[in-house]
Design a protein around this ligand. Structure first.
Ligand SMILES: Cc1cc2nc3c(=O)[nH]c(=O)nc-3n(C[C@H](O)[C@H](O)[C@H](O)COP(=O)(O)OP(=O)(O)OC[C@H]3O[C@@H](n4cnc5c(N)ncnc54)[C@H](O)[C@@H]3O)c2cc1C
Length: 697
């Protein structure tokens, strides 16, 4: 490593991934150079965005500029897919937040993002082609680049290199570790049209997607009356024609296919093709790893998925964003570089895998719409009562992983924000943190050092990881608060019985919520604590009274008054719970799992005992103790749970209560949980194993 590198970060490639990373790093005061081979504006395919891109635009400070630019709005997608040729739609307007996206001329959109990186302080070098990387031992420490106009060579060095060179994938290809996805190796052929018709509103703002025998067709209504029409085919034989010229064969195949297609053929009647033919290999792939010593891969350089669901730009900006977060944090805390790189690898790989699963499912051409919806629900692990189509919208808007990447411990709360009204009517999103999220939590805890450094404080305050990579240099201010939670415990033994959620009054409040002075108070008992609901209602009454008497008008100051009023109870009836020893809970990230099998039908049920979390983190666990929480996952989800599951959980609850009374810390309770669970001898269930999960890298 050179003693003083020229830059903190070199970003290779000025597409959406590179510009996002460079802009955020520069904004945080990092010395960044971005090297782009072309001069902007340059042409690029990929016009159809997802709503998930909007929060990135906000974060980059260009949401207004993009909104005013005149790009065509996109509110959904119309499909004619599979055997049943009845059109069906994906409607982003079902989402309360970010209910739309855009169709963009990429030359303009990409230039806008690149100039923004410059505006925020990145050194932007156009017409500079990166030829090779410089290494010191294993570590990438810089690049060799050529100025395309003069041929002059340049060898800048940096602490980190982010490869965002798109499908060129300078570093990933060098490492030779790209894996292609079987069954998703297609070719795309497309061109642009003027004078094409539009479907009636709101489908005039939809991308139209039609399956064919060997692939699919896209029809994208763009600004100024232009339309992008493309054909994706997995059968290159189809392209071979009689003309003897490959270019002519491709053009003939293209016209033949789109003219014959349902909806699209008709919309193109009388339209004029205003551009030549474009072709590009459309093979889905993923690099074996997204990071290595001194470097990260972002956007198409890391992974690519067939564009059927318009996921490319979402992945690119997610990659750019998370790469900036990881690098910025690693520069601030070099000792924790591996944790930040792991966070990047895992969060990005999960996003990729989930979308790939959905796209592969789509590619089973005979699939029915309901099966697609169902698949989304399975991928997101949402509550069975939640509308299937909404799960599909949530996943294909790209917002699902914003939620977990942004606030790993509060999918429920975040989803509430995303869905609010629908969620109140239709149910809840059920979420169980997995190993990846724990790792993210670890990274999050490290990056908030300087505040008080504790994980639970991070959760309690609803702080969002993306908003606060380090205490000294936050990405931006904390979000405005829209609600607060108070957790209530039973006075006699301190066991938490539920929460009170206090928020600004709004339409569609759930039944039972009480409003006072423009605020709403909801009492939400924890599962298994129904017997204490009268107590919780009393506490809610006291909160309502406190709001009534308070002179405060903002939620933040009101919270102090409500807490003060609730804690002035004598403590023998209810009490405000204080979360378990925070440092201890943060360290105790090894849940205990017990696997039970129902003797009568062999169905599996997993009981998970985990460190107690902030109330926002687990909306409604089956059992919630002073130190640990217990919940279950069953092979077949049923709501309400069957009687034998409730009976089993009651046994678990007793066992844990006994342990907790003898333990002082979360770690102690977790260490003793396996022995207590192993001693359970429930009727009707066979215990097939208890273990404490070691989260390895
Ligand atoms: C047929 C097709 C249709 C698609 N449709 C959509 C869609 O509708 N919606 C969607 O979201 N996505 C779509 N995509 C995907 C989308 O285009 C990409 O995922 C997205 O552009 C990736 O952004 P990026 O920043 O990673 O890479 P890019 O946008 O490709 O940017 C990479 C940049 O790196 C530069 N570069 C390359 N090599 C070097 C080098 N050696 N030195 C310096 N600079 C270099 C390039 O000039 C380029 O500007 C589609 C893709 C295909 C193939």
């Amino acid at each position: 490593m050179p003693t003083r590198p020229d830059y903190d970060v070199l970003v290779l490639g000025g597409g959406p991934a590179g510009s996002t990373a460079a802009a955020l790093l520069a904004r945080e005061g990092r010395r960044v150079a971005l090297l782009e081979r072309e001069h902007m504006p340059r042409y690029h395919v990929g016009e159809s965005l997802l709503p998930s891109v909007l929060p990135f635009l906000e974060e980059l400070g260009v949401a207004d500029v993009v909104a005013k630019h005149g790009f065509q709005k996109k509110v959904g997608q119309t499909f004619v897919w599979g055997r049943d040729r009845t059109p069906w739609v994906l409607d982003f307007r079902e989402l309360d937040v970010y209910p739309y996206a855009y169709f963009v001329e990429r030359a303009q959109f990409d230039e806008l993002l690149l100039r923004n990186a410059g505006r925020l302080g990145a050194e932007v070098h156009e017409g500079v082609s990166v030829e090779d990387v410089l290494t010191d031992g294993d570590r990438v420490v810089g690049v060799r680049a050529k100025r395309t106009d003069t041929g002059e060579m340049w060898s800048p060095t940096a602490r980190y290199v982010i490869d965002a060179t798109g499908q060129n994938a300078l570093l990933a290809k060098r490492a030779g570790d790209r894996q292609y996805v079987e069954g998703l190796r297609s070719l795309a052929v497309w061109s642009y049209w003027e004078g094409a018709g539009r479907l009636p509103p709101p489908a005039d703002e939809h991308i139209v997607t039609i399956s064919t025998e060997t692939g699919w067709i896209w029809f994208i209504p763009m600004q100024n009356g232009r339309t992008s029409v493309g054909v994706v085919t997995s059968d290159v034989e189809e392209l071979r024609g009689e003309s003897g010229s490959r270019a002519d064969d491709i053009a003939a195949f293209y016209l033949r296919t789109i003219r014959r297609a349902e909806l699209v053929g008709e919309l193109l009647t009388g339209a004029t093709q205003v551009d030549g033919m474009h072709t590009q290999r459309d093979w889905s792939y993923c690099a074996r790893r997204f990071t290595g010593p001194g470097f990260l891969l972002a956007g198409d350089a890391a992974c690519f998925i067939d564009p059927i669901l318009s996921t490319g730009m979402h992945l690119a900006m997610t990659g750019g964003y998370n790469a900036a977060l990881a690098v910025h944090s690693a520069l601030a805390e070099p000792a924790h570089e591996p944790a930040f790189m792991r966070y990047y690898q895992r969060s990005y790989a999960t996003t990729y895998r989930e979308l790939l699963t959905q796209v592969r499912h789509f590619y089973q051409m005979e699939i029915h719409r309901d099966a697609v919806f169902w698949k989304s629900r399975r991928i997101l692990r949402v509550d069975p009562r939640l509308d299937n189509s909404l799960a599909f919208v949530f996943l294909t808007s790209g917002l699902a992983r914003h939620v977990t990447a942004v606030a790993p411990h509060d999918l429920t709360g975040q989803s509430r924000a995303a869905f609010s009204r629908r969620l109140e009517q239709d149910g809840r999103v059920d979420y169980r943190p997995n190993a990846r999220d724990r790792d993210l939590a670890h990274a999050a805890r490290l990056v908030v050092t300087g505040a008080d450094g504790s994980l639970i404080a991070f959760e309690q305050e609803g702080m969002r990881l993306r908003l606060r990579p380090t205490a000294e240099a936050p990405f931006s201010a904390r979000p405005a608060r829209t609600a607060f939670l108070v957790e209530i415990a039973r006075g006699s033994d301190g066991l938490p019985i539920g929460t009170l959620l206090i928020e600004a009054a709004r339409p569609n409040l759930p039944p039972g919520a009480r409003t006072v002075r423009g605020f709403a108070v909801h009492a939400r008992p924890y599962r298994g604590r129904d017997g204490d609901s009268a107590l919780l209602r009393d506490a809610a009454g006291a909160a309502v009274q406190a709001i009534h008497e308070s002179a405060e008008t903002s939620l933040a100051s009101l919270e102090d008054d409500v807490r003060a009023a609730l804690s002035s109870s004598d403590g023998t009836t209810w009490d405000l719970t204080t979360p378990a020893d925070l440092g201890d809970a943060a360290a105790a990230t090894m849940p205990v799992t017990a696997e039970f099998v129902r003797a009568s039908d062999g169905e599996g049920l997993w009981v998970v005992v985990d460190a107690r979390r902030a109330p926002e983190a687990l909306e409604n666990p089956f059992w919630r103790g002073r130190l640990v929480d217990a919940s279950y996952t069953s092979e077949v989800e049923r709501d309400p749970p069957p009687a034998d599951v409730i009976a089993l959980m009651a046994r678990v609850t007793d066992a844990l209560t006994a342990i907790e009374s003898e333990c002082r810390t979360v770690s102690e309770a977790l260490a003793r949980a396996p022995e207590a669970l192993a001693r359970l001898a429930p009727d009707a269930w066979t215990l097939s194993g208890v273990r404490r999960i070691e989260l390895t890298d």
